[in-house]
Design a protein around this ligand. Structure first.
Ligand code: T46
Length: 178
């Protein structure tokens, strides 16, 4: 398992260890010692997954303090463009984002620290996205900013977006607590 930094501090790309044999494939997505070595969170309180049609955009989501959380995200089936937006006011990359393809094929994961918003565009029908989060879901603290408000070119005209996500404030208008 390799952990690669990105240009946004504390956002890492994790290359899973993959084993293939005549039955198929096996890949590991988490190892406490490796995560500890990179000072990453090793206590995930919840894990869930979503199934998305092609051209769905989910995001940009985060939970507000004190329920803000780290996330470990990967795609065991299908393909997404995953996007992380730095919302930490004191960060050198405040307002900047990284985008990366996560897929069944490349078996990459992304580690997202507190203070960053997360979203993705699904590139295939029936894409499964798995999320591991370090605090439990709290609907009163679950928040977000509009997917089209921070400069990312999603290369899509009419994505499938939830009414909730459409109703978020723009990044520039959001009162940032991070
Ligand atoms: C996270 C969660 C959600 N819900 C309910 C709330 C909604 O009624 C429904 C779907 O939730 P939401 O629309 O927030 O799901 P997504 O838009 O797919 O958000 C997900 O994708 C984006 C990209 C993320 O980064 C979020 O962390 C992740 O939750 O499940 C629950 O009941 N429990 C939960 O733990």
């Amino acid at each position: 398992m390799k952990t690669l930094p990105t240009r946004i501090k504390d956002v890492y790309i994790i290359k899973s260890k993959i084993r293939t044999d005549k039955r198929g494939a096996f890949y590991k997505t988490y190892n406490e010692n490796i995560f500890k070595e990179y000072n990453l969170c090793t206590e995930f309180k919840e894990s869930y997954y979503s199934i998305s049609k092609k051209d769905v955009i989910r995001g940009m989501h985060f939970q507000l303090p004190p329920f803000d959380h780290e996330k470990l995200v990967y795609v065991p089936k299908g393909k997404i463009i995953d996007v992380v937006l730095d919302m930490r006011k004191k960060s050198q990359t405040f307002g900047e984002y990284v985008d990366i393809e996560l897929s069944e094929k490349n078996k990459l994961s992304i580690y997202i620290p507190k203070g960053c918003a997360h979203g993705f565009k699904s590139l295939e029908d029936n894409t499964i996205t798995v999320y591991n989060v370090s605090t439990a879901y709290n609907p009163d603290y679950d928040s977000g900013v509009r997917w089209d408000s921070f400069g990312m070119d999603w290369e899509i005209d009419n994505p499938i977006v939830s009414n909730r996500d459409k109703g978020f404030k723009d990044f520039a208008e959001f009162r940032i607590p991070f």
